[in-house]
Every structure is written in structure tokens, then in C-alpha cells.
Ligand binder design. Structure first.
Ligand code: KG4
Ligand code: ZN
Length: 301
């Protein structure tokens, strides 16, 4: 309810600011895009309702957007990327490997069976009392620590294809945090946690790349795109770039401003759908769960 109220309190000002900054009027718009899932329904309703209202009274098409599609297409705001490409989507709520075949055509080949990568960063930051938001603070304090000082588990590293599991890692961070005696110990644990995530993502990305090639029967150089809030992490960017180069993929990361949640990626997805005339029939509502690949098995737990 607090989050929903914050949306209601801010939405008009945000829309006004977007119009002012872009020097546009509502009559200049071609259409209105709004996130309609997945997420907290009470919050999604706020953007969906105001988006539909502006579209209806402005006589414009309305484009309901999947938040995950926003992340999936975000790297093409700044880069020309041809389909199909391999996507690693790592955010606070999702961690998935997907084959992006085109707009509206996604095949999930891996997902987390418990925590998302961003969630693991946030929980580690909370355990170590490093402040909020968790990801950037773990990254900052990890720079002060020794990444080899703690040995942490690498759950399902040699099995489960390119699916991920991070709950056991978080539990071990919690256990080891009980013996922390100094700030240096804390930084060492943050650095070791980040290094463990890097090891897991390096290995699983290699597996995903092999699977991508096998599934598509395609040995040509394809793009490997990393998106979502965690893609802003410098050490993750560096180590995944190395893997991509070794595996003959072209690594592509959005600029940091487009990694975490942002309105531009939703507008961008709206533009792609507008071009294909994928307009709403105005009878859709918001969805708390909305996987990009509706046919993918549900693997939680
Ligand atoms: O995509 P996003 O902004 O929101 C979701 O859709 O969830 O991702 C937010 C997540 C948070 O868990 C946050 O801690 C993580 O991305 N994150 C990072 C970094 N910046 C944000 N994780 C690791 N390193 C970072 N620099
Ligand atoms: Zn997001």
C-alpha cells in the first residue's frame, strides 16, 4: 500500500517532467506505453490506468509493456543488434538466460530456482549492514576486500544446465557473517561473495552459450546481451566480456543508466510494438506474473 501510494503521489509530476524535458505536448505523442507486469499489481495499476486514460482522451494507441521485455530490448536503444541473440537478464526479481528470437519471441533456457542475483546482492548487503541499494554498496565495499579470503558454495555449478541457485550461497554468507570481527572481515566477505557470483555466472554463461548454439544450430558470432540492474556491476561486466570473447560471442551491455529500471526502456519497447501495430485492445489488465516465455517450466524451488 505504501508503494502504491507513492506511485499515485508522484505519477503526475513524473509525466509533466517527461513532457517538459522532451519539449513535447501530449498531442505530439504517437502512442502511450506503460508497464503492465510483472510486479506489484497495486503499483502497476497506477501507471496502466493513467497510461490508458492519456491514450483514450488523446486518441492514441495504448501499448501494454512487459517490464522484462523492456530489459530484454534495452541494449538496442544504443546498439544495433540482430536477432537471434543470447540474453542474460539479471535483476532484483529475475535471473534468466533467454534466446531472443525477435520482438515477442523469447525462449527461456535457464532461470534461478530460488533467489535472483540482484536479490542475493541485496540480502548480502543487509546481512553485512552495508546500506541500500544493496548491489552498488556490495560492489563499493568489495573493492576494499580480498576476494579470496572466504570460500563460499557454488550451488548446482556442475548440474542443472544453465539454471541458477543462490539460496545456499546467501545462507553461507549469513553463517560466516556471525564470525566477523572487523570492518576488514566484512569487506573481505563482500568481495568473496561478489567473486562467487562471478564464478557462477562465468560457468553458467558458458553452458548457456553452448546450449544457444546447439539449439539454433548456428556457429556464427552472435550477440551476448546482459541487461537488468545487476548488469551495472563492473566486475560482472568485465568477467562476462571475457567469457563472451573466449566463446566467440559479441558482448553487449547497456549504459549503466539503462541497466536498472528506467522509463526509456519501456518507451523503447513501446516503439518496437508501435511499429508492428501491436496495440492494446484496451481490455487487458495488469499481471503480477508474466514470463517472457510463457511455455517455460516453472522451476522455483
Ligand atoms: O532491474 P532492476 O533495477 O529492478 C528489477 O527489475 O528488479 O534491478 C535491481 C537490482 C537490485 O537487486 C540491485 O541490488 C541490483 O539490481 N544492482 C546491482 C548493482 N546495481 C543494481 N547488483 C550488483 N551490482 C551493482 N552495481
Ligand atoms: Zn527491472
Amino acid at each position: 500500500e505504501i508503494a502504491a501510494r507513492a506511485h499515485v503521489e508522484n505519477i503526475d509530476f513524473i509525466i509533466q517532467e517527461a513532457l517538459d524535458k522532451s519539449k513535447k505536448k501530449i498531442k505530439d505523442l504517437d502512442g502511450v506505453a506503460a508497464t503492465t507486469g510483472p510486479g506489484l499489481v497495486v503499483c502497476l495499476h497506477v501507471g496502466c490506468n493513467i497510461g490508458k486514460s492519456i491514450a483514450t482522451f488523446g486518441g492514441k494507441p495504448f501499448l501494454p509493456i512487459n517490464h522484462l521485455e523492456g530489459h530484454a530490448l534495452s541494449p538496442s536503444i544504443e546498439n544495433k543488434i540482430s536477432f537471434p541473440y543470447l540474453l542474460l537478464l539479471v535483476s532484483g526479481g529475475h535471473s534468466q538466460y533467454l534466446i531472443v528470437k525477435g520482438l515477442n519471441s523469447y525462449k527461456q533456457i535457464g532461470t534461478t530456482i530460488d533467489d535472483a542475483v540482484g536479490e542475493a546482492f541485496d540480502k548480502t548487503a543487509k546481512i553485512l549492514n552495508l546500506g541500500y541499494p544493496g548491489g552498488p554498496s556490495v560492489e563499493k565495499f568489495a573493492k576494499l576486500g580480498n576476494k579470496n579470503s572466504y570460500i563460499l558454495p557454488l550451488p548446482i555449478i556442475n548440474r542443472g544446465g544453465c539454471n541458477l541457485s543462490l539460496a545456499g550461497l546467501k545462507t553461507d554468507v549469513l553463517r560466516k557473517s556471525k564470525n566477523i570481527k572487523s570492518n576488514q572481515d566484512k569487506y573481505n566477505l563482500a568481495a568473496s561473495f561478489q567473486e562467487t557470483i562471478n564464478k557462477i555466472l562465468r560457468k553458467k554463461t558458458e553452458v548457456a552459450m553452448k546450449e544457444f548454439r546447439k539449439k539454433l544450430q548456428d556457429d556464427s558470432i552472435r550477440a551476448f546481451v546482459v541487461a537488468g540492474g545487476v548488469a551495472a556491476n563492473e566486475t560482472i561486466r568485465k568477467s562476462l566480456k571475457e567469457i563472451a570473447n573466449n566463446m566467440n560471442f559479441e558482448p553487449i551491455f547497456p549504459s549503466k543508466e539503462f541497466c536498472g529500471d528506467n522509463a526509456a526502456m519501456i518507451a523503447w519497447s513501446g516503439i518496437q510494438r508501435y511499429k508492428k501495430k501491436l496495440f492494446s485492445k484496451r481490455n487487458e489488465s495488469v499481471k503480477s506474473r508474466w514470463p517472457l516465455d510463457e511455455k517455460a517450466p516453472y522451476l522455483k524451488g
